[in-house]
Design a protein around this ligand. Structure first.
Ligand SMILES: [Zn+2]
Length: 135
């Protein structure tokens, strides 16, 4: 269990939100996949198809579901804010050893509820918030 306390996350969120946009930031996608039914991974990329192919090659989980990517104006900022909001909303943020690639993945979230509800009510909602506040 590596979910951090709410007050820590709220402070992190405010501080990240106040930070000016980095010159390295720019348009791209937030991508989401679910491994083994309940491990939600959210990341960002300039090129969704390439990143998805990399994941599937380097960490070939046989039970992976890709969700539709979300286009964002500032992918680094959107990802950072989405990760904090998802951590606030999640049940757990495990750091588990992955048998498929032998690494420990970060920014993986487990939520209460079934996949459709989690996608509609939590993931899409928080991603929308994390991207809409950025202009
Ligand atoms: Zn892996």
């Amino acid at each position: 269990m590596t979910k951090r306390p709410r007050r820590v996350l709220r402070t992190m969120y405010a501080s990240r939100r106040a930070r000016p946009t980095s010159l390295a930031d720019g348009p791209g996608f937030l991508y989401v996949f679910i491994d083994n039914g309940n491990k939600w991974k959210v990341g960002m990329s300039k090129n969704f198809a390439r990143r998805r192919a990399e994941w599937n090659r380097e960490c070939p989980c046989p039970n992976r579901v890709w969700m539709r990517p979300v286009a964002v104006k500032r992918r680094r900022r959107a990802e950072a804010l989405a990760h904090i909001l998802l951590e606030l909303a999640c049940f757990d943020r495990p750091y588990d050893y992955c048998p498929h690639c032998r690494k420990t993945h970060r920014e993986v979230f487990i939520f209460n509820g079934n996949q459709a509800n989690v996608w509609n009510s939590i993931v899409v909602g928080w991603i929308a918030i994390s991207t809409n506040i950025i202009h």
